[in-house]
Write a protein that binds this ligand. Structure first.
Ligand code: B12
Length: 504
């Protein structure tokens, strides 16, 4: 089958990582490789960077199947529009939607009659099975792990998939599939950037995160030989997307040795790890360190107090934070990460956070607003409190319910917090300090990126886009769209556990 795999261009690009961090659609590269291995002909398009427009792309690629990737819930509206556009072009094209966020919460596509299937399992399993069924003219309700139209404007489940995908067995991501967009992928001054994966899933149970819930608290690993080959196939700047790097210590040590035995060294590596993992296995971090000239670790700092960490089910105290930062710096890692600001924050909570940032000299940090991600236990528990139903506001930078402080004051303090970040050009690192970090020809692009990020520090920018207004709790001013999540989701991915006792 000719399959067009589409990464949508979400409209939510103002806040958070979006202004300065854009990476390749790695999931679609894996799906493309799996399709190719099954004899199909996939093409990947990244609509964030493709000027042709979908119609032209459809005309030239003539797909029989279109697969749209909704990895972030922010992709929901763009996905809906794409489904309609494909069907308007040719109703015979089968349209499948998949990806982490939509599999976690398929109800986000409720009332989208044109979608032929929503895949609840990973794409390497789902897409080849769907294409095989279509090729043999079998109905899609014979393929497990999907939601398909029930003929009465609803969706029905085709049953759970019987096996869990073994990462040991899958093909390497198809790196050629997005080669024409590669120069667009960047993280601040690192451009171009590649992403790769060595493991999938997470065994922890942080309240705000949807990953462990999708993978049923499991973690699976790619074969060491496959990672070694992929490490060689990526360029000099690499973001490893694993959620908890260095967990599975023995296997991680073996992997480090396998990579060190090659001649490949990177200019920049970025991994995401846990503070307690680094405290427990400094020797492991040390083993990995020679693999890149610049090696950054992104930590989920989340809160500056043990009480705050407990409320987020982080499973570690703030002593671990301090110790991990010390160890990572001593070993020559760049320490980066994120804190979560609870809408319940008081003035004093902000002061405590600022003091912690000062004491620990943390400036390469970001700040997100506590957001219940759809499909999580936390989302279900907050459903009645949420006042905003616009998925574009689930970018972790919008308020979704009234904060404890007045709305304006909350955003003023939030921006004051962001001004402690290295991204604030009126802070310690000025714009001219950034420029020598890129090639001459990339300076205009970096300047644009840095200019965009300054909005993260401007309360007026947030206030203008906030659906939560002063006093809207009392039923006053608000422009809230109807809540799309007032209904039950029609299905959940296999393996999603029930509420953990501590999640109540
Ligand atoms: C890399 C990454 C990014 C990249 C962008 C990736 C991209 N190209 O879109 C960057 C760093 C820029 C980023 C930004 C953000 N991210 Co992000 N990101 C990730 C991360 C760490 C890994 C994704 C990945 O590459 N996984 C590896 C590949 C192989 O898996 P995959 O992409 O999920 O694809 C598989 C399946 O989903 C499926 N699939 C995918 N597409 C399709 C299509 C079809 C048709 C089918 C059948 C199947 C299918 O099959 C694939 C292969 O198995 C995930 C965490 C995670 N583990 O999912 C968070 C995650 C997706 N991000 C998240 C968030 C919240 C954000 C931000 C809001 C954070 C912020 N502070 O701003 C921003 C939003 C950016 C924006 N405005 O769009 C949340 C999303 C939650 C949600 N439900 O919406 C996640 C789950 C993290 C978390 N812990 O909760 N992110």
């Amino acid at each position: 089958m000719r399959v067009l795999l589409v990464k949508p261009a979400s409209a939510a690009i103002d806040f958070g990582l979006a202004p300065f961090f854009q990476t390749e659609p790695l999931g679609l590269q894996y799906v493309a490789a799996a399709l190719r291995a099954s004899g199909h002909t996939p093409t990947v398009v990244d609509l964030r960077f493709d000027r042709r427009g979908l119609r032209k792309i459809l005309e030239s690629s003539q797909p029989e199947v279109v697969g749209i990737s909704a990895v972030h819930i922010l992709d929901a509206d763009a996905t809906r529009a794409l489904v309609s556009e494909v069907k308007a072009f040719d109703r015979k094209i089968a349209v499948v939607v998949g990806g982490h966020a939509i599999a976690m919460y398929p109800a986000a596509l409720a009332g989208c009659p044109d979608v032929d299937a929503i895949a609840l399992s990973e794409g390497e399993l789902a897409m080849p099975a769907i294409c095989e069924a279509l090729r043999k003219r079998r109905p899609l309700d014979t393929v497990a792990g999907l939601l398909v139209p029930d003929g009465m404007s609803g969706l029905t489940s085709t049953g759970d998939v019987s096996e869990q995908l073994s990462l040991e067995a899958i093909a390497l991501p198809d790196r050629n599939a997005v080669a024409r967009y590669q120069h667009n992928y960047c993280c601040l001054n690192y451009m171009p950037v590649w992403t790769m994966e060595t493991a999938r899933g997470c065994r922890h149970r942080c309240k705000f995160c949807s990953v462990w819930q999708f993978h049923g608290r499991s973690q699976r690993y790619h074969a060491i030989d496959a990672v070694r080959a992929d490490f060689g196939a990526t360029g000099p700047n690499v973001f490893v997307v694993d959620d908890t790097f260095w967990t599975g210590s023995e296997r991680s040590a073996d992997l480090a040795d396998a990579l060190l035995s090659t001649h490949t060294r990177k200019n920049w590596l970025l991994v995401q790890s846990r503070l307690d993992t680094v405290v427990e296995h400094p020797e492991l971090a040390e083993r990995w360190r020679p693999l890149a000239r610049n090696f950054d670790v992104f930590f989920g700092f989340e809160a500056p107090t043990s009480r705050g960490l407990r409320s987020l089910h982080k499973g570690a105290d703030v002593g671990k934070t301090v110790e991990a930062v010390r160890i990572a710096r001593k070993l020559g890692f760049g320490v980066t990460g994120n804190f979560i600001i609870d809408p319940d924050y008081t003035e004093e909570d902000f002061q405590v956070l600022w003091a912690f940032l000062r004491e620990q000299e943390l400036a390469r940090v970001g700040f997100t607003i506590l957001t219940p991600l759809p499909g999580t236990v936390y989302f279900e528990s907050m459903r009645d409190r949420l006042e905003v139903g616009d998925w574009n506001q689930f970018d972790l930078h919008h308020l979704l319910w009234q904060p404890r402080l007045p709305v304006r004051r909350f955003f003023e303090l939030y921006c004051e917090t962001w001004r402690r970040s290295v991204l604030y050009l009126q802070g310690q690192k000025k714009w001219w300090h950034w420029m020598p970090q890129v090639r001459l020809r990339d300076i205009p692009r970096l300047a644009r990126i840095l200019a965009r990020t300054q909005r993260l520090m401007d309360p007026e920018h947030y206030l203008a886009r906030s659906a939560i207004r002063e006093g809207s709790r009392d039923g006053a001013a608000s422009e809230i769209r109807p809540r799309p999540f007032a209904m039950e989701p029609p299905g959940r991915p296999a393996g999603v556990p029930c509420a953990h006792p501590h999640d109540e």
